[in-house]
Design a protein around this ligand. Structure first.
Ligand SMILES: [Zn+2]
Length: 344
């Protein structure tokens, strides 16, 4: 059986399957979607489909498919910043050396499969030099080479790279599909499956990771606790928090982006409760405190709060001083004194 199953990505998968069937492949694809939406999973499926030796490609079961799943197929390479980190250097960019290695690899014929597939994860992290070094290969790769670039922030990719790829945008997976998979595929209770699917906001990969990772749930509780504490506190507490968060941003910015996303979804919930649109509430496990806070601020204040969080995220992405950006956010949070509820 062909196994293209990527939760919620039927259209893109169907398009790729059809292209393969008709033999009208592009030599470079750019998969764009939010984090943990299945981009890398889909890229690996395409790599399998290209090299499958089973009857119904990608079969998932033949030697080639299994070697790709295991990450040991000689012709399928996954290039990412994480892989670059393994040598102990904490890089934030994909380097020119990595691209030179790719250029060399694609000049050789496939060792064991039919196609050489190069997957470049988070392609927006290509350094300028690396992007330039990739251009020529991307434009005219040798026969039998397929590039698959993935990105969360397409606008940060040079136009020269984007224009050489066929762009495929992955849609947010419908909530019911994620619930179904968590409940029937992984055996989670219905209520937990529903909460995780809401929190994932259409990112199936995130839902699956979070379902298995207790640490992510604890981190979320801790992050929301910081927000409710800040809302109920004066400026001493808030500036101390801004200081701590900006220091953490210096080490692991993704954690702070995640915290801001969680704050944003929580504040959207407050607004949704105020507007009586409860079906769309994401953090259903904190509905009591959401209702309590919603009763203490106006819809306009909730809207301003959401605006401030969006602006903070934007400023951080544009390399503003993290301390300044976070201090401005703290100044803009409404003061909700006397709130008895906090995340427990
Ligand atoms: Zn196969």
């Amino acid at each position: 059986m062909a196994d293209w199953q990527i939760i919620g990505q039927k259209n893109v998968a169907a398009f790729l399957a059809k292209s393969l069937e008709k033999g009208v492949l592009c030599h470079a694809y750019l998969l764009t979607a939010p984090e943990h939406s299945g981009k890398t999973a889909l890229a690996l499926k395409l790599a399998q489909a290209l090299n499958c030796t089973g009857d119904n490609s990608p079969c998932g079961g033949c030697e080639s498919c299994r070697r790709i799943t295991a990450g040991i197929h000689a012709d399928v390479r996954l290039i990412s910043v994480q892989a670059a980190d393994e040598d102990g250097k904490n890089r934030v960019e994909l380097s020119i050396e990595q691209v030179r290695e790719i250029n060399h690899a694609v000049s050789l014929p496939p060792f064991e499969g039919k196609f050489r597939v190069i997957i470049i994860d988070e392609a927006e992290r290509l350094s300028t030099g690396a992007a330039n070094a990739l251009l020529k290969t991307l434009e005219e790769p040798p026969p039998g080479v397929v590039f698959i670039l993935t990105t969360v922030r397409e606008n940060q990719l040079p136009e020269t790279i984007r224009s050489r790829c066929m762009k495929l945008r992955l849609a947010a997976a419908p909530r019911r599909e994620i619930v179904r998979f968590l409940e029937h595929g992984l055996g989670f209770p219905a209520e937990r499956a529903d909460l995780l699917a809401r929190l994932s906001q259409g990112r199936a990969g995130w839902a699956i990771t979070a379902a298995r990772d207790e640490g992510l749930q604890l981190e979320r509780r801790d992050n929301l606790l910081k927000l409710t504490d800040a809302l109920g506190s004066g400026f001493d507490f808030r500036f101390e928090l801004a200081d701590k968060l900006s220091q953490r941003f210096g080490k692991t910015r993704t954690e702070i982006y995640r915290l801001l996303d969680q704050w944003l979804s929580f504040c959207r919930d407050i607004l949704l409760v105020k507007l009586d649109i409860k079906e769309e509430v994401i953090n259903t496990d904190y509905e009591i405190i959401t209702a309590e806070l919603a009763s203490r601020i106006t819809a306009a204040e909730a809207q301003r709060l959401i605006g401030s969080l969006n602006a903070t995220r934007r400023h951080l992405e544009q390399n503003a001083s993290p301390r300044l950006a976070l201090e401005v956010l703290m100044l803009n949070l409404p003061v909700i004194k006397g709130s008895t509820n906090r995340i427990g």
